[in-house]
Design a protein around this ligand. Structure first.
Ligand SMILES: Nc1ncnc2c1ncn2[C@@H]1O[C@H](COP(=O)(O)OP(=O)(O)OP(=O)(O)O)[C@@H](O)[C@H]1O
Length: 214
């Protein structure tokens, strides 16, 4: 599994968290959390189970609101132009959000249409093949293994070509070849001037990786 998806480079981008506070139930998970990322940078959010990694990523993606603080995409609060932010964002949560009755190829084409991307059937097939799914492209997704489903999700991320990736535990269910292929894809994204924030419990050999320990 190797990453050879080609998209043009991005213009300069920036992504910032300013003094974020997150409360869940009666617990303050984190307070005054800040970071700033620019094009080509990747933040690896780390910490024990239940410490608040998913909660942070959901705040960063605008899926929930912080008790205090703000999230800034290219100098604007993400609440000020939600549509522009969501067009720039690829969010991967714990659920893979694939349509189980559709094939891998149909899933990719459906998301390309929803994301207003003009990706062709051929480029969707290329993405699936590059992520090890040759021969599985027309099977309903519910027949695929957990790792194969994750590869469909990765192919979808690769196809979208947006500058900001927020990925919660993207390596789960992947075998070691799959992990290496995905790391290659993230590096390719960063080299084009993209930005990534991701969680994961393993060491990642990504060049220039920054760590945030919760
Ligand atoms: N809506 C909620 N109400 C109360 N507690 C919540 C709520 N949402 C999350 N929590 C709690 O907040 C804490 C942080 O959860 P979160 O999913 O962010 O952790 P995590 O660091 O991603 O964990 P893991 O490594 O296990 O995925 C947990 O103790 C969780 O039970």
């Amino acid at each position: 599994m190797t990453a050879h998806i080609s998209h043009p480079p991005f213009s300069a981008q920036s992504f910032q968290a300013k003094n974020l506070t997150c409360v869940r139930g009666d617990q303050t998970l984190f307070a005054s959390l800040s970071f700033a990322l620019t094009s080509g940078e990747c933040l690896h959010v780390r910490g024990e189970n239940g410490v608040g990694k998913t909660s942070l990523l959901r705040l960063l993606a605008g899926l929930s609101q912080p008790e205090q603080g703000e999230v800034i995409w290219n100098a604007s609060n993400i609440k000020s132009d939600r549509e522009a932010f969501h067009q720039a964002l690829c969010f991967l949560g714990h659920r893979d959000a694939l349509k189980e009755d559709l094939s891998a190829l149909e899933n990719l084409m459906m998301y390309a249409t929803l994301g207003a991307s003009n990706s062709s059937r051929e480029s969707a097939l290329q993405c699936l093949w590059q992520f090890g799914l040759r021969g599985r492209e027309d099977l309903p997704v519910h027949y695929l293994s957990a790792g194969q489903k994750k590869r469909v999700v990765i192919a979808r991320i690769a196809m979208r070509g947006v500058p900001l990736w927020i990925l919660d535990e993207p390596f789960n269910a992947l075998d070691s070849q799959g992990v290496q292929g995905f790391i290659g894809l993230v590096e390719q994204h960063l080299s084009r001037g993209g930005i990534a924030v991701l969680t994961g419990h393993q060491e990642l050999g990504i060049t220039g990786l920054r760590a945030l320990q919760l």
